[in-house]
Design a protein around this ligand. Sequence first.
Ligand SMILES: Cc1cc2nc3c(=O)[nH]c(=O)nc-3n(C[C@H](O)[C@H](O)[C@H](O)COP(=O)(O)OP(=O)(O)OC[C@H]3O[C@@H](n4cnc5c(N)ncnc54)[C@H](O)[C@@H]3O)c2cc1C
Length: 386
Amino acid sequence: MSVSNLSSRWGQTPWTIDFTPAVHAIPEKTDFAVIGGGFTGLAAAAWLRLLAPEKSVAVFEAARIGAGASGRTGGIALAETAAGDLPSLGDVLAGFEKILHKLDVDCDLSLPGAWEIGRTGGLQQSPIDWTDSGALRVAREVPGGTLDPGQLVSGLARAAETRGAKIFENVPVGQIRWGAGPRIELGGSGVNPRVIAAEKILLATNALSLGLSGLGEGAHPRLTLATLTVPLTEQELQSAGLSARKPFYTADLPYLWGRVRRDNSIVWGAGLVSAPDEKNVAEADISSAQAAQMFASLEKRVRGLHPALRSLTFTHRWGGPILFRDDWQPVFDFHPECKNAIVLGAYAGHGVALSSYLAAWAVEVLLGRRGLPTWGKLAGQGRAVV
Ligand SMILES: Cc1cc2nc3c(=O)[nH]c(=O)nc-3n(C[C@H](O)[C@H](O)[C@H](O)COP(=O)(O)OP(=O)(O)OC[C@H]3O[C@@H](n4cnc5c(N)ncnc54)[C@H](O)[C@@H]3O)c2cc1C
């Protein structure tokens, strides 16, 4: 199964991506090539043109923008990384807000805080008091909030294009011929030229195309599942402890996360599906027996959490690719073959705010204005050779 026709296998999200990039002829060369049109790639393209408007920027997306995790995400904006705070990371949420502001992106971002919930050590006055393998209560409040994923994908793509980046949809990158001047081999029907020269490259393909990004070792792609309920009444939200509209996720297992949307419907998520070929999550399918059983179990769990949720019906089921690394750190490193190429991604369930934030940092590295972090190294690789 190729990367370019994944949408049909991963279900429909409740939001839409309303931006369609303009159609351009593919150039024979570009100063910067960005591979992958999710939050990371689109934010990087926009930021590149903001900082270096004289440089040409081309984004190659195998399917449609947002076809990977970004258009299918839960939409909970969190601070730090899945591995916690890391040296020189800085304030992710403040930096994310600043980037959105500079790029004029409106994605309905609201940062009232988020709840870590768990089966032990809850707050004395926990707003949430649910039943799910024990009593599930708020353990602590952390910085965070919510946004509309469709609006964020659209807004970043619009920001990139408005500033002069060219976005090519349905143009998968097959491979890269490394050397002092890398050559990118393009796939897709009717694509011409099929090879383009790029001075610098950002690989932002996340859980897909692991061979291309050099991300195979110590990295585990999965399809993670999400589902949406019909809107609740204010009274139902209040009884279930959700009227503060703070997103929540469990700090212990079994895992569960969710957030209330503007219309009072609730997105819930849990469950990881493996592909038959463990490293190729493009082959995972939400209509598989394994996924169907996980959706049924998730929806039964949600109905059992609290009497106010008992009769909820569900309107959407979807999945999206997620990449976990053994040390839980994102990858932020030169490609093993070339120090003019950076690999960025693998944020696990922490990429909504972090992706744009680190994309801006990666752009500064590509422009020679900043160094790489001390963390985020590709596993099992020597240093870049070219
Ligand atoms: C269901 C779900 C819920 C989540 N919930 C949250 C949450 O609530 N909070 C949070 O912080 N994080 C969450 N995450 C994680 C977060 O969504 C991701 O970390 C983030 O979207 C990653 O963005 P990205 O641009 O790096 O990758 P992606 O959005 O996956 O983009 C990669 C892109 O590369 C393209 N591509 C792949 N191969 C090629 C190729 N060969 N050539 C060209 N293009 C290619 C793909 O089509 C894709 O569009 C969730 C993820 C999922 C799946």
